[in-house]
Design a protein around this ligand. Structure first.
Ligand code: HEM
Length: 449
């Protein structure tokens, strides 16, 4: 087996990140609402208040009635093409050479990278962490291949018993006859546990995975530059921690079956630079964390909102696999991904010019009436629920989709086994962001059915 010697070795660092910068900003904007970025275009889906207050639906419906893509000439993130049609998103994602994901062109979210001049002005000195989600072919293909084998059906079967056992233990430990926050006690716990199992991450430190990946929320509460700086602070600390794990695993004689060991001992590692290895691990944490977490919160919220569907689930557990798809469609934990156009191209009658930013609104596409009739109603037997594009489409389609589906199916199965009914019984607070679509708080109470 080929192994790679660690590059620039360093001891596991003290974990010292705190969201101080984030809190300071939140406080600043609470005192100075005039500093919060404003939005002027009525169809600007980058406004995070519409997700926080759950009022994006009429805007999306109006846009979809007018066509699948629209140019938004003004937003706090600059001008962009807003793609709201299911078919149009698939069309664009099927042309990855024309619609690039790479950092060089602008990356994968509506938030632009800072330019060299802005970085210099801010006095920021940082190295890039390459991630294959923000690469085009051929680099993307090679790097994705280093992690993809872990997510095969047999890889998933190997993980199933441990995920099931951890899920059952957690459900059994939940308080009864008392209101508690489902996000904190279940969604975060189960997701970090799932990722810790995937990576062979030290169990006692698993909450760090959550902490590090939280940078992507609350875009309206920060200026573009401050958000970018926060994000990089977290990313570099994660990289340092993983570097120490990597060093430990390279010393193992027999490779373990966790993802880190599998990557280190794979042939493909010979072609990978250490920072690429780090970047890709971080991508897996960030990619798997908020998304899976918000599905679990969205599931409980949706079942509570549609009691007839909850009854259907309670009476017939065979519906669980389709229910997982329908609830993913309803929640769509990532509201968008971004591409940048590399050559003037006509799409559905509109000309997108080279260099223009293209935002693919999965949340809108998964609620398009023409594809999903009565789209805002949960229907666990919906025949085409699987057509949702919550995992994206094409060469970048979520590599962790099977793992997420497995964890979500197990959660529903184990809840059903325990005849557990979860009621929303207190505060519901959504994430104030245009990228991660989910819940910050969801107070619930458990009864039996
Ligand atoms: C990519 C959603 C869970 C790792 C993506 C993309 C979406 C997405 C929308 C971009 C697809 C595109 O551009 O076409 C979700 C949702 C999840 C989830 C909704 C949970 C319900 C996970 C998990 C992992 C993961 C559990 C890993 C542990 C990744 C990676 C990519 C990705 C590595 C980049 C793939 C590539 O560029 O080839 N995910 N994801 N995701 N996701 Fe997920």
């Amino acid at each position: 087996m080929a192994t790679v010697a660690p590059h620039n070795p360093m001891a596991r660092p003290e974990v010292r990140t705190s969201p101080t910068a984030y809190k300071a900003l939140t406080e600043h904007f609470a005192k100075h609402p005039e500093d919060v970025p404003t939005h002027s275009h009525k169809w600007d889906l980058s406004r995070s208040d519409i997700y926080y207050e759950d009022k994006w639906q009429p805007i999306v419906a109006e846009m979809q009635a007018a066509g699948p893509l629209h140019y938004i000439d003004d937003s706090p993130f600059g001008p962009y093409w807003s793609v709201v049609g299911h078919k149009a998103i698939q069309h664009i994602e099927a042309l990855p050479e024309v619609f690039s994901s790479s950092w060089e062109h602008g990356g994968i979210t509506i938030l632009d990278r800072l330019s060299e001049e802005e970085l210099a002005e801010a006095g920021v000195d940082r190295r890039e962490l390459p991630m294959f989600i923000a690469m085009d072919r051929p680099q993307h293909t090679g790097q994705r291949r280093t992690v993809a084998p872990k997510f095969t059906p047999s890889g998933m079967s190997a993980m199933e018993p441990e995920i099931r056992a951890r899920t059952g233990e957690l459900l059994d430990s939940l308080p009864r006859g008392e209101v508690f926050d489902w996000v904190d006690k279940v969604s975060i716990e189960l997701t970090t546990g799932m990722l810790a199992i995937l990576f062979g991450f030290p169990w006692e430190d698993r909450r760090l995975l959550t902490f590090w990946s939280d940078w992507s929320g609350d875009t309206e509460l920060a200026t573009v530059r401050e958000l970018d700086e926060m994000r990089w602070g977290f990313l570099h600390e994660m990289a340092a921690y993983f570097q120490s794990l990597w060093i430990e695993r390279t010393q193992d004689k027999e490779p373990g079956d966790d993802l880190i060991s599998m990557m280190i001992h794979s042939e493909a590692m010979n072609q990978m630079r250490p920072e690429e290895f780090m970047g890709n691990l971080i991508l897996l944490i960030v990619g798997g964390n908020d998304t899976t977490r918000n599905s679990m919160s969205g599931f409980v919220h949706a079942l509570d909102k549609f009691p007839d569907q909850r009854k259907k689930f309670e009476e017939n557990p065979d519906i669980i696999p389709n229910a997982v798809q329908e609830m993913l469609r309803m929640q769509t934990p990532l509201a968008h991904m971004r591409r940048t156009c590399t050559e003037d191209t006509e799409v559905f009658g509109k000309t997108i010019k080279k260099g223009e930013k293209v935002i693919l609104w999965y949340l809108a596409a998964n609620h398009e009436e023409e594809i999903f009739p009565d789209p805002h109603t949960l229907d666990l037997s919906r025949e085409n629920a699987k057509r949702h594009i919550a995992f994206g489409y094409g060469i970048h389609r979520c590599v962790g989709a099977r793992l997420a589906e497995l964890q979500l199916r197990i959660l529903l199965e184990e809840m059903h086994k325990r005849r557990m009914r979860v009621h929303v019984a207190g505060d519901v607070e959504r994430v104030r962001a245009n990228f991660v679509h989910g819940f910050r708080k969801l107070e619930v109470e458990i009864t039996q059915f």
